[in-house]
Ligand binder design. Structure first.
Ligand SMILES: Cc1cc2c(cc1C)N(C[C@H](O)[C@H](O)[C@H](O)COP(=O)(O)O)c1[nH]c(=O)[nH]c(=O)c1N2
Ligand SMILES: CCCCCCCCCCCCCCCC=O
Length: 328
């Protein structure tokens, strides 16, 4: 099991964007230097609101890779449907070389109709566009060249420079954004990153669909390692943890889930993430990992107000990982 961090980079009221980004930079630098049992950092992509101020996760990842020596860093959910795939392939290949192959490519379909319209993409052919983009990116990364002649892209064979050194060894993850994307990923045995804000029930449904499609197509997915983003806010006072998480998440829930009962969605997130006291997270998290076939856990501490408390939790997790290592 691998443990890492992920960053949503919400910008709460009365907090500057500099503070939000400095928090991510400082936390990543600290973990890279002092907490060797954390291996990964992934940056979330969100557009056009304070509920995620990073619209260019690969750019953020490149800065963080430049700052660090050990961690594998990348995008949690780089949207490819609304981006030119050659640009993504060039950025990924460049970072692969400049970071000594520490870059991770987390990819996503577009999950926002406004963005599909804004970037002038056809919603009625979205899945096909997503798949076409992926094929170009994957061909470019794994063979150094790509070409396309389909309904979405038409260009001659080009060289992607600099050539990707990792090629098929570059870690790729697919955000489990829809049943059709999950079914497509299963046929390719590509690992999933679950959407942190999906209910556990929805994540489990997607995981079971993944297994069914793989079985029906005789695809061996037994060694595929899915990722589980987990919000963490631990406090000896459970009410403080719940209140901090509620304050941090409320605006995002209102933006992304306007049709849902806001209190019910908040209560679901709090119960299904590591939010409460030290006694409130272990069994529920183990259960969630098992129900979703997750082998990697990504932690976000961003809702915790006290920096020292965050470091204490990271230290606790790091020590427990150490104690659980096979050689311990
Ligand atoms: C990051 C992390 C966090 C926790 C753990 C593990 C890891 C890796 N473990 C598991 C614990 O360390 C130990 O493996 C199990 O509790 C089994 O312990 P014994 O073998 O019975 O001593 C753990 N166990 C537990 O009972 N309560 C807890 O809160 C936690 N938290
Ligand atoms: C504070 C939040 C921490 C959530 C992590 C809880 C998940 C624990 C899973 C333990 C599995 C065994 C660990 C194996 C050690 C590394 O390989």
């Amino acid at each position: 099991m691998n443990f890492g961090l992920f960053f949503l980079n919400f910008q709460p009221e009365n907090t500057s964007s500099e503070t939000v980004l400095d928090n991510m930079i400082n936390m990543v630098s600290l973990v890279d230097k002092d907490y060797k049992n954390f291996t990964t950092v992934l940056v979330n992509e969100h557009h056009f609101s304070e509920n995620g101020i990073v619209g260019a996760p690969i750019t953020a990842a490149s800065f963080l890779l430049g700052l660090t020596e050990r961690l594998h860093i990348g995008s949690l959910n780089q949207v490819i449907t609304t981006h030119h795939p050659v640009r993504i392939a060039e950025e990924a290949s460049l970072l692969d070389q400049m970071s000594d192959s520490r870059f991770i490519l987390g990819l996503s379909d577009c999950i926002n109709d406004f963005e599909m319209d804004f970037f002038k993409r056809q919603r009625d052919s979205q899945q096909l566009q997503f798949e076409a983009c992926y094929e170009i990116i994957n061909e470019a990364i794994t063979t150094n060249y790509c070409q396309a002649n389909n309904d979405f892209y038409n260009f001659p064979r080009i060289s992607i420079n600099p050539h990707c050194l990792s090629k098929e060894n570059m870690k790729q993850y697919i955000l489990a954004s829809s049943v059709s994307v999950v079914e497509w990923a299963a046929k390719k045995a590509l690992p999933l990153t679950y959407r942190w804000s999906d209910s556990l029930e929805d994540k489990e449904i997607l995981y079971k669909r993944y297994l069914d499609v793989a079985a029906n197509h005789n695809i061996d997915v037994s060694n595929v390692e899915h990722q589980f983003p987990l919000l963490v806010n631990l406090n000896h006072d459970r009410d403080v943890a719940h209140q901090e998480a509620t304050t941090y998440l409320a605006s995002y829930i209102a933006e992304v889930y306007p049709h849902l009962n806001q209190q019910q969605k908040m209560a679901e997130l709090i119960s299904q993430h590591a939010i409460g006291t030290d006694n409130d997270y272990y069994e529920s998290t183990l259960n969630a990992l098992e129900r979703t076939g997750s082998k990697n856990v990504l932690l976000s501490f961003e809702s915790m107000k006290n920096h020292d408390d965050v470091v204490n939790v990271i230290n606790m997790v790091n020590e427990k990982i150490q104690k659980n290592l096979p050689s311990s």
